[in-house]
Every structure is written in C-alpha cells, then in structure tokens.
Design a protein around this ligand. Structure first.
Ligand code: AMP
Length: 215
C-alpha cells in the first residue's frame, strides 16, 4: 500500500450497513460488495482511499497506532477504550442507542455491594464510582442478559436500542449511562500529514450527516 493512501477502518455489522450509504454520499464507494466478500480490505472509487472492515473494538487500536488513518466506531467502544491518542471530529448520528444499567423487572435496589456483569468494565467502574456505589465487577463477553437470571449478577451494563432483548430476558432498563452513536476518529499524526484529504472527506461526511438530519 502506498503511504499516500488513506486507510479508513470501519466497524463490521450493523454500523457498516448504516455507514456505507453515508460514505457513498460523501463520494466513497467500495469497488466490490463488502458483505459478499471475505476480504478485510477494499479499494474504493476514490483512488487514494481504501476501507478496512474489522471488529469495532479493534478500530481504536488501529487508529491509535496509525495503521488506519481514520475509523468509524461506536461511542460505547470509545468510552471503554478511553484513549486521548486520536481526534473525534464528527458524530455520524447513526447506530444510535443507549448504554444503560438493567435489572430484573420490578427488582428492588440491591443492598450493599452490587454485582455488575458487563463487557464494558471501564465504563461500569467509572460510572458506579461516580455514583458512590460499591460494586463487584464481572466481565462477560456476550449474552449479558442471562447473568441476573442465573444468579451471577444483580445488574448488567449493556447497549439498549428498542429494549426488546431486555424484556425478552425478564430485565428492564434503569439508569442511562450515555447516549451512543457512531463517531469518526482520526489519528493525530495523519491529521497533520494527510490534512487535505482528511479535511475534504470530513467536510463531505459532515454535509451528508446534516442532510440526513433535515430529511
Ligand atoms: P434491542 O433489543 O433493540 O434493545 O437491542 C439490544 C442488543 O442489540 C444489544 O444487546 C446490542 O448487542 C445490540 N445493539 C443494538 N443497537 C446497537 C448499536 N447501535 N451498536 C451495537 N450494538 C447494538
């Protein structure tokens, strides 16, 4: 890959479905169908831009170390990663959801040390410390909703969109920790070295986001 090329790391999954149309309107389209390919890196119609498609939790790492110049990632993962090593210049206002605590429906507040299961351990630690609530943190990687029913935890910290997943598992949302949407992040050195192309793309993406808001 030429050093002049701009590498943008995208989060695979539901964010990708919403971000590709936005990029298309900003003039960047992959030359092949990403969802039908097993490749992880894609050329685009823009001769200087290529797209990587990886797990959201790896996007901040690639951008922090400069292996990708820009990235698209959920604010939840940025809060969890907690780095100052990149800029966060644009809220794409897509894949909106909430990071919340949830507990069994109707459960009374737990007394004493609260057992909290989550994959967002840094966020949970900070949130409950700010609330002055002592917790025992239980790290899980998926199916968090099972933890209270199985007696592993009193409470979970997870992403909530419609709330249907919680309800289906006998849980209800309680406290809002943060409103989440997908953000553009930019490596600090890339912002200096590749300033013109990054500014151009950010400007076009910003216009596409604003056009979506007035629709
Ligand atoms: P829901 O049942 O609509 O509340 O969706 C909840 C589940 O969908 C969560 O457990 C998340 O894993 C996933 N989810 C929903 N929206 C998002 C999003 N914007 N980003 C990442 N995961 C999401």
């Amino acid at each position: 890959m030429k050093s002049s090329e701009l590498v943008i790391a995208l989060t695979k999954g539901r964010i990708l479905d919403e971000v590709l149309p936005l990029f298309e309107r900003a003039g960047i389209t992959p030359v092949e169908n990403i969802s039908k390919s097993r490749k992880l890196i894609f050329a685009t119609n823009h001769k200087d831009v290529c797209l990587m498609v990886i797990r959201g939790s790896d996007v901040p790492t690639y951008v922090e170390f400069g292996s990708a110049d820009m990235g698209v990632v959920g604010k939840d993962l940025l809060l969890e990663y907690g780095s100052e090593e990149f800029y966060e210049p644009l809220d794409l206002k897509i894949a909106a959801c909430r990071l919340m605590t949830a507990e069994p429906i109707g459960a009374l507040p737990a007394v004493g040390r609260l057992k909290v299961a989550t994959k967002f351990t840094n966020i949970a630690k900070k949130y409950f410390a700010e609330q002055g609530q002592q917790i025992e943190l239980i790290k899980l990687n998926g199916a968090l909703e099972l933890a209270p029913a199985m007696g592993l935890a009193d409470c979970i910290v997870d992403i909530v969109d419609t709330g249907k997943t919680l309800t289906a598992n006998g849980l209800e949302p309680r406290q809002l920790i943060a409103n989440i949407s997908s953000r553009i992040i930019v490596n600090k050195a890339s912002m200096k070295i590749k300033h013109d192309i990054i500014r151009d793309i950010l400007g076009k993406l910003r216009m596409a986001v604003e056009a979506d808001q007035v629709r």
